[in-house]
Write a protein that binds this ligand. Sequence first.
Ligand code: MD6
Ligand code: FE
Length: 217
Amino acid sequence: MTLDLFTEPSTEPAPPETFAPGAVLLRAFALKDENAILAAIGQVAAAAPFRQMETPGGFRMSVAMTNCGALGWVTDRSGYRYTSEDPQSGRAWPAMPAIFRALAQSAAAQAGFAGFEPDACLVNRYQPGTRLTLHQDRNEKDFAQPIVSVSLGIPAVFLFGGPKRADRCARLRLLHGDVVVWGGPARLRFHGVMPLAPAVHPLQGAQRINLTLRRAG
Ligand code: MD6
Ligand code: FE
């Protein structure tokens, strides 16, 4: 194999990169399962369609969301929380596809968090121009459990801040197939996603899908 440092991103999984204490990037970790993952996302979205939720402050989020698993993350005028039913249909969220659980468990183990058992998967859909403002993930019961985040489709710049909103942010460009595992001392750090630049992915078109798998309950 020839070494070309200046062309395409690698399609081989790379060794784990710890970019902050408790935060580990696994480049291309999900690529081997991309077709199965994309098919499963299609099935989840058929049962529980993507929707732009409202924040407690009354703003409509630019990112569209849905969920699978026993619990799903929602926001509306009454706040942020996990629910066992999709408020739009009144039915349980679609079951978590086995491939999501297996991927999350193996990524967590690679990052040093053995025994991760996700019960919630938030599915975020970004189109060019959409963003996620800085936030902490703090609606889960047990902050000792990590979060596994899978990026698919067009690239995004992930902002990784500190324990306070005003702390300066590192920037991480996340590509199709990259997985970030986030726990321990990183668990409550502020983070967000910059407005997406226009781009087209060969399998996904002009969108980015992010799966965040958590132990919520
Ligand atoms: C995203 N991710 O990458 C949004 N939260 O689209 C998150 O908000 C996130 O990637 C906690 C842990 C990892 C994440
Ligand atoms: Fe988050």
